[in-house]
Design a protein around this ligand. Structure first.
Ligand code: NAP
Length: 261
């Protein structure tokens, strides 16, 4: 059995919906106080209120743009003001607008890098004193298969940001080990979220057909992996990335899938 995490506090970025909300909901069910963050304060507050009502565990919603130093600092302060500690940081906020090379602007590239990658540095920096004080701090990154393992037209900036997160993770894991902090990443395949719904039914159907398990993942699949990395039992695991994708990266060719019918 896993030791209880009840009473610990987690800051989860990008948690008003999608994977982040799923992580917050799963953590709250495990008794972890949750700080739900998104740029929209009303949406973060609505998600936190629903999670608190469902689980009976305290949850607050904070409006913070974590691609900015001021936003990351305000988020960490809000968590400390309410709960007095930050034991777990889930760096999950991310965007995935598509733009192909030749059409992509520098501003579009910067926005994806700032939101998905620089936010990781900014939130880790802002939460570092509290994570250190925790004595068993946990940083859990939501990366992706896209970038570290695979590619998809329109996502060169996105793929760079997601691979960059893993590069950051490996050095952070070394630097933060003496502080008792672990740094790990979940690499989701295609997960059914509000953001995924915006990709449209053709994209979703095509992806489901390319996955050996023949279905997109659920936010709970990612949340369970994040909860493992947050656990006491994962204390000796650091600098590692776990693919959660229903086997999506495995087929060597379309023929490999076709042979399975
Ligand atoms: P989503 O449904 O679009 O939700 C994104 C969340 O991030 C929202 O809460 C959004 O709220 C927040 N956010 C965006 N920019 C932010 C910023 N600058 N500061 C603070 N919050 C911000 O996305 P998702 O599908 O759950 O994806 C979540 C993470 O998983 C992303 O990092 C994504 O790259 C990764 N991922 C997703 C999939 C998938 O299949 N869904 C696969 C691999 C990896 P606001 O708009 O109000 O800020």
């Amino acid at each position: 059995m896993f030791a209880s995490l009840s009473g610990r506090t987690a800051v989860i970025t990008g948690a008003s919906r999608g994977i982040g909300r799923g992580i917050a909901r799963r953590f709250a069910a495990a008794g972890i106080n949750t700080v739900v963050a998104s740029r929209s304060a009303p949406e973060a507050q609505a998600a936190a209120a629903a999670i608190a009502a469902e689980t009976g565990t305290p949850s607050i919603g904070i409006g913070a743009d974590v691609s900015t130093e001021a936003g990351a600092a305000a988020l960490a302060q809000a968590a400390l003001d309410r709960f007095g500690a930050i034991d777990i940081l889930c760096a999950n906020a991310g965007i995935f607008p598509a733009a192909r090379l030749g059409a992509m602007t520098g501003a579009e590239f910067d926005q994806v890098i700032d939101t998905n990658l620089k936010s990781l540095f900014l939130t880790v920096s802002a939460c570092l004193p509290a994570l250190t004080a925790s004595g068993a701090g946990r940083i859990v990154i939501t990366s992706s298969i896209t970038g570290p393992v695979t590619g998809y037209p329109g996502w060169s900036h996105y793929g760079a940001s997601k691979a960059g997160q893993l590069g950051f993770m490996r050095t952070a894991a070394i630097e933060l080990a003496p502080r008792g902090i672990t740094v790990n990443a979940v690499m989701p395949g295609n997960i059914m979220t509000e953001g995924m719904a915006e990709m449209g039914p053709d994209y979703i159907a095509g992806m489901a057909a390319a996955i050996p398990q023949k279905a997109l993942g659920r936010v709970e699949d990612i949340a369970n992996a994040a909860l493992y990395f947050a656990s006491a039992e994962a204390g000796y695991v650091t600098g590692q990335a776990l693919i959660v994708d229903g086997g999506q990266v495995l087929p060597e060719s379309p023929q490999a899938m076709a042979e399975m019918g």
